[in-house]
Design a protein around this ligand. Structure first.
Ligand SMILES: Nc1ncnc2c1ncn2[C@@H]1O[C@H](COP(=O)(O)OP(=O)(O)OP(=O)(O)O)[C@@H](O)[C@H]1O
Length: 601
């Protein structure tokens, strides 16, 4: 298959907050019970923490009064009362800790389940996407959505839920407690809140756009890292290290700049909030001193009030901090849902193909990937059941495209492709594909044992059937020579067996799958002559009695094909069997001759 230009994603639009929140809410909807429990636990644990300073304040007043009594010789500190208060404080803190733990416990259950479901939905979506969508999205970008974005969303929900609920409850509770101590001091504290909120909004708006761009570059960089890794040997062979590095550096730098800016603006929040908080502290201290002198409030109350002022500022700081996480989570949710909202591949018919009786016909088929460029032009040919048809032509002529059309990876623009006289558009796509087996140039094997790789063709196959399939394609010999035989593990890039051996294994897999129609994309990469002969024999064995499409590069291998079609720029320029095409003295004749001469040389 010919390489395709990589498409870069267009610059991302700013987050649609309303939609992102709606999407996050739909995720939370299924977990109402646990979320309610989380909130209840948060209320209890926070309420108990809020009560403690008041009691500690009372204890302080008790000590203060006791010392005064001792000075005036009229009594001493009420130690019993003091111990009672302290015991209650300890109990409050213990209960509060238990409920804080429960709050996290319920929430983690919810968020990990949400991530689990999202990952599953994303993978399911990848498998259901139409071909063009898969091809137009970079692998690294999709990978980044499944891993990074799901993680960011999970962290965002966990952190924001815990911190927001605690912060709001604390704010309300502390406000009530402060009011119960003194109205004026409370008013002085809360007048500074709107200023803090305004600053917070300003900073968040600034950092938000950088957060989003940062995620985008992360996706792009992931794609490049993956390409550098998978194409490592190619990059080295072509001495393209520098270009690769330049490309990487440019995106890495953009990531760096955006990450730096987003972190910078969000980190300004902390010092600003601290300043406001310290300012409040001073105002309250002055007012408190005046009120104590006027004997309006007790000394312990001042101490309690100071603690409340701090507890009042902390949630505001927490909210600013959490705002950034919410922004990241919303950006992540947007990228996740944008992907999930792609239309699935349509499959309107459920008509099944039980058996192919007559054959396959292409009638005046035209097709283009992009509106302006016709790749297949008015193509007509037919293949009878059990026949072998070879498709030949220069690279980029459209051979692979013909196969993609037969598989219905793309829909044709005009004409029709028929199986037994019925348009393939009238069949269920899965049923159509289930009758077709493929052996491609890039033999796709996964990291598992050799026997499981062959078994992929038919999951119910017994060990004997696997060995039989391998023997039929002459793979049994080399497999047995491996130290663990059929149980040998192929590594991630399957580079522990040769290219030719991989081909033999994929042929064995296809033999096992017993498909009626076969598509063989002949490997162009050179394997040694002995393996090449083995592969050829294996392919012949595979094709026995099947309807086969062979995309051939070496014309010597298709002499005995029932029909050969020569494609040029998406059109058939010659068709017939080997002898007929030789007699034409056209493309086939000349190409075959030049290939034979090359071989002799
Ligand atoms: N997904 C795609 N989007 C746009 N153009 C494409 C796409 N796939 C292939 N093409 C273009 O269609 C033309 C035919 O490609 P095709 O892969 O069918 O050629 P081919 O004959 O199989 O080539 P090769 O022998 O190199 O595999 C090429 O010009 C190719 O660039």
């Amino acid at each position: 298959m010919s390489p395709r230009p990589l498409k870069r994603k267009p610059p991302e639009k700013p987050v649609n907050n309303k939609k992102a929140i709606k999407n996050i809410l739909t995720l939370l909807k299924d977990h109402k019970l646990k979320l309610t429990l989380t909130v209840i636990c948060a209320v209890i644990s926070t309420a108990f923490t809020i009560l403690a300073p008041l009691l500690i304040g009372q204890a302080t007043t008790m000590i203060y009064d006791g010392i005064n009594r001792m000075i005036s010789n009229s009594g001493s500190i009420d130690f019993n009362g003091l111990i009672n208060i302290l015991i209650i404080v300890v109990i409050l803190y213990v209960i509060s800790s238990v409920f804080t733990y429960l709050q996290s416990f319920f929430l983690i259950e919810v968020t990990t389940k949400i991530s689990y479901d999202l990952r599953e939905r994303l993978i399911e979506k990848i498998l259901k996407l139409p071909m063009e969508k898969v091809e137009e999205n970079k692998r690294g970008d999709i990978l980044s959505r499944v891993t990074n974005d799901v993680d960011s969303l999970q962290n965002g929900i966990t952190q924001s839920f815990i911190q927001l609920t605690t912060a709001v409850i604390t704010l309300i509770g502390v406000f009530i407690m402060m009011l119960s101590i003194n109205l004026w001091m409370t008013l002085a504290t809360i007048t500074l809140v709107p200023i803090a909120l305004l600053l917070m909004r300003f900073m968040t708006r600034f950092s938000q756009k950088y957060f989003l761009r940062q995620l985008e570059f992360k996706g792009s960089l992931n794609g490049q890292i993956e390409e550098t890794f998978t194409g490592h040997d190619i990059i080295r062979v072509f001495n393209q290290e520098e270009i690769s590095m330049d490309r990487f550096e440019s995106d890495n730098e953009k990531w760096f700049t955006h990450e730096w800016k987003s972190q910078f603006y969000s980190s300004l929040n902390g010092p600003l909030m601290n300043f406001i908080s310290n300012f409040t502290y001073v105002v309250v201290a002055v007012l408190g001193a005046v009120f104590v002198l006027q004997k309006v409030i007790a000394v312990g109350d001042i101490l309690a009030f100071f603690q409340y002022t701090q507890s009042f500022n902390r949630p505001i700081q927490q909210i600013t901090r959490v705002m950034n996480q919410i922004q990241t989570a919303m950006a992540a949710s947007e990228r996740i849902f944008e992907f999930l909202e792609f239309e699935d591949e349509s499959n309107p018919s459920d008509r099944q193909i039980t058996e192919i009786k007559d054959g396959i016909t292409f009638e005046n088929v035209s097709f283009s990937y992009t509106p302006n460029e016709k790749i297949i032009k008015n193509l007509s040919f037919d293949v009878k059941k059990g026949e072998k048809i070879a498709i030949v032509g220069e690279t980029g002529a459209g051979k692979t495209t013909i196969i993609k059309l037969l598989m219905r990876f793309y829909d044709i623009n005009s004409g029709s492709i028929k199986i037994d006289g019925i348009d393939i558009e009238e069949y269920d796509k899965d049923s159509l594909r289930s009758h077709i087996g493929m052996v491609l140039q890039d033999s796709w094997l996964f990291s598992d044992t050799i026997s499981n790789n062959i078994r992929y063709g038919n999951l119910d196959a017994s060990d004997d059937e696997i060995i039989d399939a391998a023997s039929q394609v002459y793979a049994d010999d080399f497999v047995r020579r491996l130290s663990d035989g059929y149980e040998s593990e192929l590594n991630e890039d399957t580079d522990n067996i040769s290219h030719g051996q991989k081909q033999l294994l994929t042929i064995a897999r296809t033999i096992l799958s017993q498909k009626e129609v076969l598509i063989l994309d002949e490997a162009t990469s050179s394997v040694d002559t002995r393996t090449e002969k083995l592969i050829q024999k294996a392919m012949d064995r595979l094709m026995e009695g099947k309807t086969s499409f062979i995309i051939a590069h070496r014309l010597s291998t298709i002499r005995n094909a029932d029909k050969i079609i020569v494609i040029e720029n998406g059109e058939i320029i010659e068709q017939g069997n080997h002898e007929e095409l030789l007699a034409l003295k056209g493309y086939y004749y000349h190409t075959l001759n030049s290939q034979l001469k090359e071989n002799m040389n």
